[in-house]
Design a protein around this ligand. Structure first.
Ligand code: PEP
Ligand code: MG
Length: 574
């Protein structure tokens, strides 16, 4: 038996492994039957077409501020994808050598690289790098297709999926598949993959370096999301211990379910609002199942992944569906694309840029009004169906907020002129997820109708730890005094300006922090529906007056070990 440790999510699952190492770039050569050659050629041609479409799309949507060379470079790559030396010759090789497309592409690419290596002109020699990038693009398309064709619903049923990495786009794709759990080589606790894994309500362990190497197809794997460990081929006794734990867990979940219809008030009578985080319209069922008051965070960007961007009408339909299904407020966050959330599901290239600090969220929307305006129009149109709030992600400066307000005014004017009904008074709120916004929370609180603490990003930016880099996961610490002070500052800004402050980062859904957050004055929590009843259980037995005293001590406690002790102190646990 072998045990590995990483970041755990959810509970326990047991199943046979399905190992997909398709993200590795190693190419293996397969000899093909004569009858398979035509299909293989088609597969290659489609991959080239998809790579071309991807580049054309990228070029057409370059932000205005992009340097002109970028457009020229993309154009050059598009032309290379049309070059017969790359396409026709690879197709010829598939047929003549009767090999798979990946291998033929690699062989043809090596020939081209050799030609460039022999060139005298240094400038021309550097062009080899461009060819390599274009070849990589085709290769990625081929791999993705192989991966997808292997992962049929039937293949996945009751299996433990083992992958190197799962992008948010992959996670969306796997959401409604019937696998038992999954493990990855990469990924930290607040990566978007982890957040989606929670939403998939599946046990998972992320960031297990070497999982793809050490687990083989059909190995029996225990995924323990509680402890963040996996066991490969455990002996009978250990297996039955875990089977008993699963039964116990199911019993506990049934117990939690009995809290569903109780009103959410602390032991000393303070009402607390519990909302759900959702990613796709179909998630409303999970929110309703736990009696969430409303939706505190609707991550609309997930509707844009693995497909063509939805237009205004399709967005209107999706938002309307959620608004009609939920009685309470539905907080629609405007697109938070960029960084690790890429529409095409591509893995981000961190070697050339710093995407988390780049053009993402509201910055991306302001730079692309053609993306932002249809979304706002769709939200305003859907607002006639119920109780809607708009939330702006990653606000950093007041000027961004002012620009948003100008665009919103224009959207409202155009709807008015077209005689389309909408609610003109939708509350506009902002996410506090960069330290600048948390420090200046009062400035934002004066101009907005509500604030919501995005602790995933707030922690990332405050502690300078990339949320997708599991090498620095060990530094992720919601209890860092700087983080706690920023949270407190934001809550106080809300109190002083009489606007509600919610928290919708992962910290809000972890019952270990519930008492501390109550003590800091938080009255609205939003989380994945799977966590809601565990957090409610803590709230029902908490005394806010007593906890505010405790929170004051926590804020002054700079010794992390003591702070952790304080957090788990028995006096606070009823
Ligand atoms: C956050 O940053 O805490 C948050 C809720 O937004 P996301 O996780 O989608 O970035
Ligand atoms: Mg965020």
């Amino acid at each position: 038996m072998l045990a590995l440790h990483g970041t755990g999510i959810g509970s326990i699952a047991i199943g046979k492994a399905l190992v997909l190492d398709s993200v590795t770039t190693e190419v293996t050569t397969h000899t093909l039957e004569e009858s398979a050659l035509e299909n293989e050629c088609k597969r290659f041609a489609k991959a080239v077409q998809r790579a071309k479409n991807g580049l054309i799309d990228l070029k057409d949507n370059l932000p205005k501020s992009s340097p002109p060379e970028l457009s020229a470079l993309l154009e050059a790559h598009i032309l290379m994808l049309k070059d017969p030396l790359l396409t026709v010759e690879t197709l010829r090789l598939i047929k003549s050598a009767r090999i798979n497309a990946e291998a033929a592409l690699q062989q043809q690419a090596e020939k081209l690289f050799a030609v460039f290596d022999r060139m005298e002109d240094e400038y021309l020699r550097t062009k080899k790098q461009d060819i390599r990038q274009v070849v990589d693009r085709i290769h990625a398309e081929l791999i993705d297709e192989t991966k997808l064709s292997r992962v049929s619903d039937e293949n996945l049923k009751d299996r433990i999926l083992v992958v190197n990495d799962l992008t948010p786009a992959d996670a969306v794709r796997f959401r409604h598949k019937k696998m038992a759990g999954f493990v990855t080589n990469l990924g930290g606790p607040i990566s978007h993959t982890a957040i989606l894994a929670r939403g998939m309500r599946l046990p998972a362990v992320l960031g297990l370096h070497g999982a793809c190497r050490m687990i083989r197809d059909n190995d029996l794997v225990v995924v323990d999301g509680n402890s963040g460990s996996i066991l490969i081929n455990p002996d009978k006794d250990i297996l039955s211990q875990f089977q008993s734990k699963i039964i116990l867990q199911q019993k506990r979940n049934r117990g939690l379910h009995s809290l569903r219809d109780l009103s959410c008030t602390t032991d000393d009578g303070v009402p607390i609002e519990l909302n759900a985080n959702i990613e796709l319209p179909e998630d409303v069922d999970a929110a309703i199942a736990v009696s969430a008051k409303g939706v505190g965070l609707y991550r609309t960007e997930f509707m844009f992944m693995n497909r063509e961007a939805p237009g205004e009408e399709e967005q209107y339909q999706a938002y309307s569906r959620v608004i009609k299904a939920i009685d309470g407020p539905v907080t629609i966050r405007t697109l938070d694309l960029g960084a690790d959330k890429q529409v095409d599901g591509g893995r981000i290239d961190t070697s050339t840029s710093n995407p988390a600090l780049g053009l993402r969220a509201i910055r991306l929307c302001l730079a692309n009004p053609s993306l932002f305006i249809p979304q706002l129009k769709a939200i305003y149109r859907a607002s006639v169906h119920g109780n809607v709030r708009i939330m702006i992600p990653m606000l950093c400066s007041i000027s961004e907020l002012e620009q948003v307000m100008v665009i919103i005014r224009e959207v409202k004017n155009s709807l008015e002129q077209a005689c389309i009904p909408f609610n003109p008074d939708i509350p506009i709120g902002g996410m506090i997820e960069v330290p600048a916004a948390a420090i200046a929370a009062d400035v934002f609180a004066r101009r907005l109708s509500f604030l919501s603490l995005g602790t995933n990003d707030l922690i990332q930016y405050t502690l300078a730890i990339d949320r997708v880099d599991d090498e620095v996961t060990y530094l992720y610490d919601p209890l860092h005094p700087a983080v706690l002070r920023l949270i407190r500052n934001t809550i106080e800004a809300g109190e002083q300006n009489k606007i509600p402050v919610s928290m919708c980062g992962e910290m809000a859904g972890d019952p270990i922090y519930t008492r501390l957050l109550l003590g800091l004055g938080l009255k609205e929590f939003s989380m994945d529906p799977t966590s809601l009843l565990s957090v409610k259980q803590v709230i029902l037995s908490s005394n806010v007056t007593q906890l505010s005293e405790y929170a004051r001590t926590a804020l002054d406690q700079l010794d992390m070990v003591k702070l952790n002790d304080l957090l788990t102190s028995p006096e606070l646990l009823h």
